[in-house]
Design a protein around this ligand. Sequence first.
Ligand code: NAD
Ligand code: WQD
Length: 336
Amino acid sequence: MQNILVTGGLGFIGSHTVTTLLNNNLQPIIIDNLSNSNLDVLKKIKNISGVQPKFFEGDIRDEDFLSRVLFGNKIDAVIHFAGLKDVADSVKNPNKYYDVNVNGSKALIKQLIKFDIKKIIFSSSATIYGEPKILPIPESHPIDTINPYGENKVMVESFLEDLCKQDDQWKATSLRYFNPIGAHPSGHLGEAISTKISNIMPHILNVALKKVSILDVYGNDYDTKDGTGIRDYIHIMDLVDGHIAALSCLDKQNGHNIFNLGTGKGISVLELVKAFEEATNQQIPYQFVGKRKGDLSTSYADPSKALKELRWKAKKGLIEMCEDSFKWVCSEKYKK
Ligand code: NAD
Ligand code: WQD
């Protein structure tokens, strides 16, 4: 059985990935510093999978910690999720973001080199494309980072590129995610929603749970079908399957490869709200407020490279994304 080191494996995307790795007879070994997760997630993974994966609490910037984990466990490949992801926070605290996202990734790569582990999948982001010049956005789209978080992602992608150029045994894949939403279909695992999160789905869920009375829709005069922003929402389990596909293709690929993970469909804020109402029978009252600083009008993926080379495509629709998000927050934890 292959051992897969999963950094940030108790976070939103990492935890869902761990359940699918276990389903695919792959052995996840999780490291996480719990800065944006907690040990309850480990129990949830066990409840879903029947197995409690190995977990090591620690920071990817701590090379001694990494070295101890890698010394004690034979690792075949790494999926690197650990990092900070709040774009607005990265603008306020660029040094903190550089330290965790860039220095953390460097420390990890240094230890991987030491232990001769040369296969990695990295969580990148569609934010690095900036304002789209081509739609749908292909991987060849020019990079135009508009925030420190995006700059961090570009830097790590370019380390991986250099690493693969210097040593042809290295195999690295950067996956550029569009907008993951949804939750595990069991209803027992999902994204921890807090008032700190600025993404749309947690806001819709807070309105559905009546924790917030109304959804603020940022802008209604974009040049889009209904004036609201357009994004490529992808079900978390489809996104996870993209990682499994990328992992299984690593061996036959050369060097550093980049893939978009999106559905290819652009959905407006109002379409998302309508789909949520239809899927859950909940009313989501909303009001238009001013545009959010730094927001793009439209962003959606050209996912054809992943289909051609990884044989992966997103299968789940918007209704399922909304149903599963709502099922998750209706679990005991959030009802209270
Ligand atoms: P998340 O915050 O839920 O998960 C990240 C996990 O990493 C958390 O459990 C956190 O505790 C852990 N972590 C943070 N810093 C760490 C450190 N220094 N050492 C060890 N563990 C650390 O985020 P997520 O949504 O699951 O995102 C995972 C990755 O995907 C991130 O790299 C993020 O930038 C990237 N990404 C996410 C999105 C999204 O919309 N969720 C979109 C594009 C890219
Ligand atoms: C989606 C749409 C908003 C909240 C961010 C990061 C990106 C990536 C994913 C990590 C936009 C609108 C939102 C609300 C609203 N993360 N909106 N009311 O901005 O595409 O991307 O998360 O890599 O890097 O920037 O996602 O969910 O914040 O917004 O109207 O309360 O919803 O204006 O059109 P975004 P989002």
